[in-house]
Design a protein around this ligand. Structure first.
Ligand SMILES: *Cc1c(COP(=O)(O)O)cnc(C)c1O
Length: 366
């Protein structure tokens, strides 16, 4: 497909991009081959005001027809009195979460492969994003969600004409989607399909451009399945490789304490995470007990000299309220990105320019 192919994450083997291919032989994860070409800032002036302006580093897909104008979200100070603490307002995406960055890629790939049906599993936001872009692409869509998913997210998915199947835990939803992804049905997985990270990497290209060709000192990133962390890692590597930055930010990746397998592995210096039991958190968007890309996430955070930390649920409501009182209304999951500033204050210095992502809109979980 357009000169692209998948690469086995363990074997380095080449796999064709086909409708039924979502995992390698023997169960290895798939990455995408390298294809990005150098980009320069001057060339961006006349480009569309969407994430598609970084065309050199994006896969050569004809995504135009499925695009909803996603990307180039505002970067604004969290409050008037804290000019160095910036919020990237990704809840202003077409489906009100940052997942649109990756979902548009999956819909474009599915369309290029001639898929007529797709399935996906999600705690809610990825499902809503994939349902919207599948509708746009004219592809029938089924989304598997855990029982605890916010009713508003389920309603949003259904509004796009997708069928919602409620399936126990987040892990049950994943297993059910993979059983449903039989021949002829595209598995639009934001976790397994590496095209998704090609979309989420635009998050860091936008910040770089919005800061005048620079990256901040610290990037706070939520981490459940790691789609934003892995996208940011890819993006930072490309910015370095093309000489557009000379250093990358410190990463502070955040989990909810009640479901924090990556925090545990990071702190124990393990190369891989052990599955945990979700003890119950209101941060449903990051409550991933057994993230399939755990090894890659740990490696990526370590290679960026980052940290993975956890915040307790007790800190969430107050953080959500503090953001709201500054005019920024986020869903409760996104409150972790602000809570971490207080709970792990020692990771941040007074002089740091820090960017926190506001990943999902308040109305999704209210
Ligand atoms: C998906 C999501 C996340 C976390 O993304 P992962 O890819 O699971 O790491 C964080 N916040 C919100 C609101 C989300 O929807």
């Amino acid at each position: 497909m357009n000169g692209l192919h998948y690469v086995g994450s363990e074997s380095g083997r080449r796999y064709e991009i086909e409708q039924s291919r979502w995992i390698g032989d023997g169960g290895e994860l798939l990455d995408l081959c390298e294809f990005a070409k150098p980009l320069n800032r001057e060339a961006l002036t006349d480009r569309p005001k969407t994430m598609w302006r970084y065309q050199e580093v994006l896969p050569p897909l004809n995504a135009g027809p499925v695009s909803l104008g996603e990307g180039l979200t505002p970067l604004v100070p969290v409050s008037i009195d804290r000019p160095r603490l910036l919020a990237k307002v990704d809840y202003l995406m077409p489906t009100l979460s940052f997942k649109d960055r990756g979902a548009v890629m999956l819909a474009a790939v599915a369309r290029a492969l001639g898929a007529e049906r797709l399935v996906a599993d999600s705690s809610g936001n990825a499902g809503a994003a994939i349902a919207a872009y599948a509708a746009r692409a004219g592809i029938r869509c089924e989304i598997f969600v855990p029982g605890a998913t916010s009713r508003k997210k389920v309603a949003q998915i259904e509004a796009h004409g997708a069928r919602v199947i409620i399936a126990g835990t987040r892990e049950d939803a994943g297993a059910a989607a993979r059983r449903a992804a039989v021949d002829g049905i595209f598995y639009a997985s934001h976790v397994y399909n590496p095209f998704f990270f090609q979309g989420t990497k635009t998050y860091v290209f936008e910040i770089w451009e919005q800061l005048g060709g620079r990256l901040p000192d610290v990037l706070v990133l939520p981490v459940g399945n790691g789609t934003l962390v892995l996208g940011v890692h890819l993006g930072c590597q490309e910015l370095l490789r093309f000489g557009l930055v000379d250093r990358i930010p410190r990463i502070v990746a955040v989990q909810a304490e009640a479901c924090s397998p990556l925090t545990q592995a990071f702190q124990q210096r393990w190369p891989e995470a052990k599955p945990v039991r979700n003890l119950g958190t209101r941060a449903e968007g990051i409550a991933i007990a057994a993230p399939p890309r755990h090894k890659q996430i740990l490696k990526a955070v370590r290679s960026m000299e980052g940290q993975i930390v956890a915040v307790p649920d007790e800190a969430l409501e107050e953080s959500q309220r503090a953001l709201s009182q500054s005019g920024l209304y986020v869903e409760i999951t996104s409150a972790v990105n602000y809570a971490v500033l207080r709970v792990h204050a020692h990771l941040f210095h007074e002089s740091d320019v820090v960017v926190i992502p506001l990943c999902g809109a308040g109305l999704k979980s209210a």
